[in-house]
Design a protein around this ligand. Structure first.
Ligand code: SAM
Length: 284
């Protein structure tokens, strides 16, 4: 029996059984490992941390994408930073009203291996005529992007260590503000409130975004294979409030079938447990 094991904190580990290791390679940026198991299907890790598996990827990819579209159904131009498995782009491209998607992933190998081993998330993404794929650092890309050129930025990054570090800086969030249109929205990978190290990342990200965007909220979802299973995205915006401005009828008119997100859950996701509120309030 083979087990993939990940250290969630000094005192806690998480393991998944797998049958086969499909690929193992160090790219110039990170260690990439693909595995195949029964219950969770194919999954891959970067530097020993779970990124995507076939069983719960729908939770993450629904929640990074759909709350923004339900708040502003007129989103046309989307920038994805990271997201090398393709799952976020897959969800965005389901909106026929979207005209342009730019995905900036630092590590081309993550995307190529996902095309090979994880068609569930990567198939068809590159082929969509609205899609531009750029293999570069997300921070470098936004520094050179035009003012007010995107309605939505989705930061689908790794943790703020190694290559992902620049995506958790004030400089990056300021550039995001500049390249967003006047009703632009930034969705940010906000880590988890539970284990100390992740909670610290959450606090720091929230503090930085709150100092830049007039509207900065946090929403939660249940992600069984991420540390503690309790994960957050930041919703930052120049104009739209994700609760007051949500448009359930318009979103439901898109006719998208989703497995996790729905417009009832939308408002509830922004209702945070007391310990999370308190941690975030310390930064306000
Ligand atoms: N859902 C995943 C999670 O939060 O665990 C993240 C998935 S996605 C695979 C994260 C991607 O961000 C990786 O493929 C990584 O190469 C990319 N990435 C990390 N730092 C980056 C940077 N500075 N610019 C662009 N992409 C970056």
């Amino acid at each position: 029996m083979k087990w993939y094991t990940e250290q969630w904190s000094d005192d806690c580990r998480f393991s998944l059984r797998y049958n086969e290791q499909l690929h193992s390679e160090a790219s110039p940026f990170q260690q990439i490992d693909f595995y195949k198991g029964d219950d969770f299907g194919t999954f891959f890790t970067l530097d020993g941390l779970m990124m995507v598996n076939e069983k719960d990827e729908f939770v993450y990819h629904d929640m990074i994408t759909h709350p923004a579209f339900a708040t502003n159904p007129n989103i046309k131009n989307v920038l994805i930073i990271g997201g090398g498995d393709g799952g976020t782009a897959r969800e965005v491209l389901r909106y026929k009203s979207v005209e342009k998607v730019v995905m900036v992933e630092i590590d081309e190998l993550v995307f190529r291996l996902s095309q090979k081993y994880l068609p569930l998330t990567a198939a068809g993404v590159e082929e969509d005529p609205r899609m531009t794929m750029i293999f570069d650092d997300g921070l470098a890309y936004v520094k050179n992007a035009q003012d007010k050129s995107f309605d939505l930025i989705l930061v689908d990054s790794t943790d703020p260590i190694s290559v992902g570090e620049g995506l958790f800086t004030t400089a990056f969030y300021k550039e995001c503000y500049r390249v967003l249109t006047d009703d632009g929205i930034l969705i940010n990978q906000h880590e988890s409130p539970y284990f100390a190290e992740y909670a610290e990342n959450m606090r720091k990200a929230h503090k930085k975004i709150k100092n830049i965007f007039p509207i900065a909220s946090v929403y939660q979802f249940h992600m069984p294979t991420y540390p503690s299973g309790h994960w957050l995205f930041g919703f930052a915006s120049k104009t739209f409030d994700p609760i007051q401005d949500v448009k359930p009828t318009e979103w439901n008119n898109f006719g998208l079938k989703t497995k996790y997100y729905n417009t009832d859950l939308h408002v509830g996701a922004f209702m945070l447990p007391t310990f999370v509120k308190e941690k975030l309030a310390n930064e306000e």
